[in-house]
Design a protein around this ligand. Structure first.
Ligand code: PRP
Length: 208
């Protein structure tokens, strides 16, 4: 666990007018994100110094975090993606579906697995053993957000950006029903949004 995993105080930053109907508050501002991502990159650099790493990122939620994190890593690295989603066509809630497999060979490599949020732990508890089976020399896990109160699987990350309470977060890559990924901050969704959507779709939409 990252020593510096930042505990959050409520920000006074207002929700931009265009998002106020759907987003009730800003949990992490863009400035807080930028600062913390830079310091996470410094921690990772210290640990991986002098070695080439393979960054393995989970699609789709990591895209903004990943792009910001790796531009601050002054290390030789190669990048690959695993596609994994908690809902696939015709699957039950919570069932994991792999939509893209790793292409790089990670055997004997130093691997950093990056995800946007560690919530119940179901995703990482499936992905970590899958990666370990490929025999990397070292495997560490970096998540932007950690919501320990929702954990059902025993899994922890080595680098954590922010520990957050059990609120429904969107933005900076995190979605609800595939929307809100483009918010430049992490916000708390108004309950009326997810209640409405869950009533109107046959397949339940992930709570996060
Ligand atoms: C989200 C997120 C994590 C996972 C965490 O992925 O990106 O991978 O949920 O939740 P867990 O700890 O409860 O497993 P999602 O399946 O929603 O796909 P996405 O990345 O495309 O949004």
């Amino acid at each position: 666990m990252s020593k510096a995993a930042t505990q959050l105080a409520r920000t006074k930053s207002p929700v931009p007018p265009g998002w106020r109907k759907e987003v009730e508050s800003v949990l992490i501002t863009d400035a807080q994100l930028a600062r913390r991502v830079r310091s996470l990159a410094r921690e990772i650099e210290r640990d991986y110094r002098g070695r080439e790493m393979v960054v393995v990122s989970l699609l789709n939620g990591t895209v903004l975090f990943l792009a910001d994190l790796i531009r601050h890593l002054s290390l030789p690295l190669r990048l690959d993606f695993i596609g994994v989603s908690s809902y696939g066509a015709g699957t039950e809630s919570g069932e994991l579906v792999f939509t893209k497999e790793l292409r790089l060979d990670v055997r004997g490599r130093d691997v950093l697995l990056v995800d946007d949020i560690l919530d119940t732990g179901k995703t990482l508890s499936r992905v970590i053993p899958k990666l370990r089976a490929l025999k990397p020399q070292r495997l560490k896990v970096c998540v932007l957000l950690d919501k320990p109160s929702r954990r059902v699987e025993e899994v922890a990350a080595d680098y954590v950006g922010f520990k957050i309470p059990d609120v429904f977060v969107v933005g900076y890559g995190l979605d609800f029903a595939e929307r809100y990924r483009n918010l430049p901050f992490v916000g708390v969704l108004h309950p009326h949004v997810y209640k409405q959507v869950n009533q109107s779709v046959a397949k339940p939409v992930r709570r996060r």
